[in-house]
Design a binder for this molecule. Structure first.
Ligand code: FAD
Length: 389
């Protein structure tokens, strides 16, 4: 995220973090939460929401001011992901891809002309970004990507296909990774302006379990030409660049999961205080209190771990990748249990599609899969602990 973030006065960070979180909380409460269920059913988040995210400074929150960003460090920005995730995972997912995977990746690795051209448009919401890594045969095993980029004069020619690309059907810009060689330095990233000749954007052809208001597409590259100037980083550096982008994105996923856990706790507590059975509030039963206590304690622990990972990212700490993986793993598993318990505590109300806990219960499954499944997070943490590259 923004360079020099570690030099920020901690009191200033705390003050800004509280202000930014309050801005995000109000926006999520007033402008997202009342509509999230309807968007889930309609299968889309309105474009006007993207514009609002831009107006509020959220789309470029973690980018430095000199490139049109808000200049917030990770410690500040995780509050935005959390508050938006509390209301709607499809909107938070949009933000994590557009900002975490695309804008921050461009800022870190793109050439000056690409940064100058795209970052202001991405910051305002005039342009939307997508990040195309996954293929039918290459999910967790990114090195097995089969999409090829072949050099032809001043251009590269891309052939292959990508699946489950969030924003893929609506994006104006795509960061795509393709095979340019063999062995360890096999992958290279490219910056594509969309639409582009030879690229088809197709529906996935399945109804997703969650994130139903997100746009997900299959991208088919059939002789797509990209000038060499649109290359992202060096030839063969794609794997490293793709993984560094995921460090940004995973922090957003972890914070979004804390938001889901808090939303489920809120709903469960409200219901426990109101619903009466056997002549008393269900919240008066100790077994119900125990469930609430467990959600509360684990959510606070997840929140503390996300903040610790955010501070490590701001300080460019050597263990940032391990901590970010730990935060993503722990927070998404906590939110999964919180959603499960909330559905049980709300009884038949939580089981119906009109209730937010039912949506959170479906959405949380996606957070455990994308940006590296939770098995892969365990692998990253375990390997790092035993010193395996
Ligand atoms: C809602 C959603 C949005 C997405 N958005 C994007 C996007 O914008 N861009 C993009 O590029 N991709 C996106 N994806 C794809 C996502 O990143 C992949 O689904 C994910 O990386 C896992 O790949 P896979 O589904 O092919 O599972 P696989 O890799 O086939 O894994 C299947 C199972 O095997 C386990 N497994 C695999 N390897 C190992 C191992 N070494 N050790 C232990 N267990 C292992 C996995 O954990 C998993 O449980 C999205 C997916 C979803 C669900």
């Amino acid at each position: 995220m923004s360079d020099g973030a570690s030099d920020v006065d901690p009191r200033e960070t705390a003050r800004t973090a509280a202000e930014v979180r309050e801005r995000a909380r109000r926006f999520a409460h007033d402008e997202i939460a009342p509509h999230a269920g309807a968007w889930d059913k309609a299968g889309r988040v309105p474009r006007s929401v993207v514009t609002r995210l831009g107006e509020l400074g959220f789309l470029a929150g973690p980018l430095p001011r000199e490139v049109g960003g808000s200049g917030w460090n990770n410690e500040i920005f995780v509050g935005v992901y959390e508050e938006i995730g509390r209301a709607c995972s499809s909107t938070r997912g949009f933000l994590a891809v557009h900002t975490g995977l695309v804008s921050q990746c461009l800022f870190d690795h793109a050439r000056d002309d690409d940064r100058a051209r795209w970052l202001p448009k991405l910051a305002s919401g005039e342009a939307i970004g997508c990040y195309a890594l996954t293929e039918d045969g290459a999910g967790s095993d990114v090195q097995s990507i089969a999409t090829t980029a072949t050099r032809d004069g001043d251009d590269w020619v891309l052939n292959g296909s990508k699946v489950w690309i969030t924003n893929g059907g609506i994006a104006d810009l795509c960061i795509a990774f393709a095979r340019t060689g063999e062995g360890k330095r096999a992958l290279t990233g490219f910056v594509l302006e969309l639409p582009v000749d030879g690229l088809q954007r197709l529906p996935l052809g399945v109804e997703p379990l969650g994130h139903r208001a997100s746009d997900h597409a299959r991208l088919v590259f059939d002789g797509v030409r990209v000038p060499d100037e649109r290359r992202l980083g060096e030839v063969g550096d794609g794997f490293r660049i793709a993984m560094s982008a995921l460090d940004h994105g995973r922090l957003g996923v972890a914070a979004g999961a804390v938001g889901i856990a808090r939303a489920c706790l809120d709903e469960a507590v409200t219901h426990a205080r109101e619903r009466r059975q056997f002549g008393q509030r269900i919240g008066d039963f100790q077994m119900v209190q125990a469930d609430l206590a467990e959600i509360y304690a684990s959510t606070e622990a997840a929140s503390a771990l996300v903040e610790r990972a955010a501070r490590a990212a701001d300080a460019h700490a050597p263990d940032v990748t391990r901590l970010t993986s730990a935060a993503k793993l722990f927070a998404t598993e906590v939110a999964q249990r919180a959603a499960e318990k909330a559905v049980l505590l709300l009884g038949n109300r939580g089981y119906g599609d009109g209730h937010s806990v039912e949506r959170h219960y479906r959405d949380i499954q996606g957070l455990r899969i994308y940006e590296g499944t939770n098995h892969i997070q365990r692998l990253i943490i375990g390997r790092s602990l035993v010193g395996k590259p």
